[in-house]
Every structure is written in structure tokens, then in C-alpha cells.
Design a protein around this ligand. Structure first.
Ligand code: CP
Length: 308
């Protein structure tokens, strides 16, 4: 298994063995950070972090990962400050940046855009979110969090709740966890159901799937993965206004469900998890956000060949 020079664009093709390897290297990275704070594993590497869409967690945890690995980042954190705003296409942007760095991390709004960049260059490209497409590093950090919270990835019942149509995190998570014999409950309003092509793929992979629009049917899961209804994905504001607030996970709902449930959310949250859930031991979403650093350290080290 060799990750050197490999693009990380999607979770669709990752095997069970590859995912377990990434989990193991993430744990190694966590141990390094806890012991040494900063390592010199990648002191000869420069990493481009190109964010043409807003981000707090993905961008800042990649930046932290770069510093903790002893590497140096070059950063675009605003589309207006790059020549993308002058009409430069993604392939030309990638070809240019590839001459400066050892790896490119990119978030941009077009589905498949990270793949366009990867096709144009020889350095590895990591997809930090491509519109309503995929968010593989989020799904992998979700798995790392699940493994830490539950002690296993195997045989879990996972409920995904909210915007499953545009939610790239739940698209990536569905594929990433599929090799570990899960059951899925997809809970969404009719207009935001999981895309049919993903539901069919899960059926092909023999993953049992229940679809519902009632959050009460999600509460006996081992993991409840809440997502935001994403205003920025709607062309029609009236449609967003109709759907926002569809699901609010309250403390009383949590208390009706599986007492051992772990509650995850990729964040940012608007109102889909009530604030008084935050103090419950089941609320894992800020621990989840922090785990992003270790997972992203692992991916950067693997694709640049700093670890194998
Ligand atoms: N979870 C996630 O992708 O958050 P950001 O948009 O803040 O990066």
C-alpha cells in the first residue's frame, strides 16, 4: 500500500486496509503532537492551502497540521485575493502552484474541481471540499473520531440527519464507512434526500439503508451525525426558508434515544443541535473538529512520502 504522490479526491475508492492505515498514521500523529508538539518530519516540504470558498475548520486544521509537521504553508484564504477572480481556470492555477510546492490542498465550489487540478499536475492534490460533491478529509476525520469514541469502526448503526442532498460530508462518510459493515439511517426532508446514486451504491455494497423524514427514527443509532441545511447551496431563498430548522436535536430528544449515542456534526452549526446538548458526554462534535489536525497531518505525511 503506497500513498506517496496519491491524490485524495474522494472516499469512493478507498479500501478497508487503506482506511485502517490512515487511522493508524493519524494515531501516530496524535501521539507525536501530544509528546513533541512540533515534529521535523516535513521540514523540507512546502504545502499550498488554496481556499476559494469559506472555511474555518478545514483550512485552519490543515494549516495547524502543516506547522506541527515542521513544513511551511503558502495560503490563499479568499478567492478575491487570487487570480481565480481574474478568470484563471483551475488547471492553470494548479500548474502554476505545482511549481512552488510539494502538495496542494484545495477547496473550491465546483463538483469535480479538485480532480481537474489533480489531472493537471504531478504533485498530490487533496480535496478540501468541492461544492456539493465530496469532502474526503472530513469523512476520514469522522472515522477517526468514531474509532476513538466507540472503540471500533465495525458494525455500527449510523444515522445521518439534515441536508443529505447537498451535504458533501455525508456523501463521503457513506462511502468511507461502507467497508466496515454499517447500517445507515438517512433522515432528511423529501427535498434534501440522499442522492439516489449514493443510495444505490450502498445497496450494491450490501449496506442496509433506511430512509425517513422523522428524526425520532434516528435516535436509537450508535452515531447520530447532524448536518446543517446549507443556505449557500440553494438558488431559491424561499426554498431554503421553508426547509431551515427542519431538525433540531434537543436534549430531550437525546435523552429519549440510545444512552450511548455519540453525536457528531462536521460544523459549522446553525440551530440543528440545541446548545444544552453540548455539555452531554455524548456530544463529540468539538472533539471531532480537533481530531482534524491529526488526520490531516497523516494525509499530508502519507502523500508527500514523509511516512509510508
Ligand atoms: N467541516 C467543515 O468543512 O468546516 P469548515 O467549512 O469550517 O471548513
Amino acid at each position: 500500500m503506497n500513498f506517496k504522490d496519491r491524490d485524495i479526491l474522494t472516499t469512493v475508492d478507498l479500501t478497508r486496509e487503506e482506511i485502517l492505515k490512515i487511522m493508524q498514521v493519524s494515531a501516530d500523529m496524535e501521539a507525536i503532537v501530544r509528546k513533541e508538539r512540533v515534529s521535523s518530519l516535513m521540514s523540507d516540504k512546502v504545502i499550498a492551502i488554496i481556499f476559494l470558498e469559506p472555511s474555518t475548520r478545514t483550512r485552519l486544521s490543515f494549516e495547524t497540521a502543516v506547522y506541527r509537521l515542521g513544513a511551511s504553508p503558502i495560503i490563499v484564504s479568499d478567492a478575491k485575493s487570487s487570480s481565480a477572480s481574474k478568470g484563471e481556470d483551475l488547471a492553470d492555477t494548479a500548474r502554476t502552484i505545482a511549481g512552488y510546492v510539494d502538495c496542494i490542498v484545495v477547496r473550491q465550489p465546483a463538483i469535480g474541481g479538485a480532480g481537474v487540478m489533480a489531472d493537471a499536475v504531478d504533485v498530490p492534490v487533496i480535496n478540501g471540499g468541492d461544492g456539493a460533491g465530496q469532502h474526503p478529509t472530513q469523512a476520514l476525520l469522522d472515522l477517526y473520531t468514531i474509532q476513538k469514541e466507540k472503540g471500533t469502526l465495525e458494525g455500527l448503526k449510523v444515522a445521518m440527519v439534515g441536508d443529505l442532498k447537498y451535504g458533501r460530508t455525508v456523501h463521503s462518510l457513506s462511502y468511507a464507512l461502507a467497508p466496515f459493515n454499517p447500517e445507515y439511517i438517512y433522515c432528511a426532508p423529501e427535498a434534501l434526500r440522499m442522492p439516489e446514486h449514493i443510495v444505490s451504491k450502498m445497496e450494491e455494497k450490501k449496506v442496509p439503508v433506511i430512509q425517513t423524514d422523522k428524526i425520532e427514527e434516528a435516535l436509537d443509532a450508535d452515531i447520530v451525525y447532524m448536518t446543517r441545511i446549507q443556505r449557500e447551496r440553494f438558488d431559491d431563498t424561499a426554498e431554503y426558508e421553508k426547509l431551515k430548522g427542519s431538525y433540531i436535536l434537543t436534549r430531550s430528544l437525546v435523552e429519549q434515544g440510545n444512552p450511548d449515542v455519540s453525536i457528531l456534526h462536521p460544523l459549522p452549526r446553525v440551530d440543528e443541535i440545541a446548545r444544552d446538548v453540548d455539555n452531554l458526554p455524548n456530544a463529540a462534535y468539538f472533539r471531532q473538529a480537533h481530531n482534524g489536525v491529526y488526520l490531516r497531518m497523516a494525509l499530508l505525511a502519507l502523500v508527500t512520502g514523509a511516512v509510508s
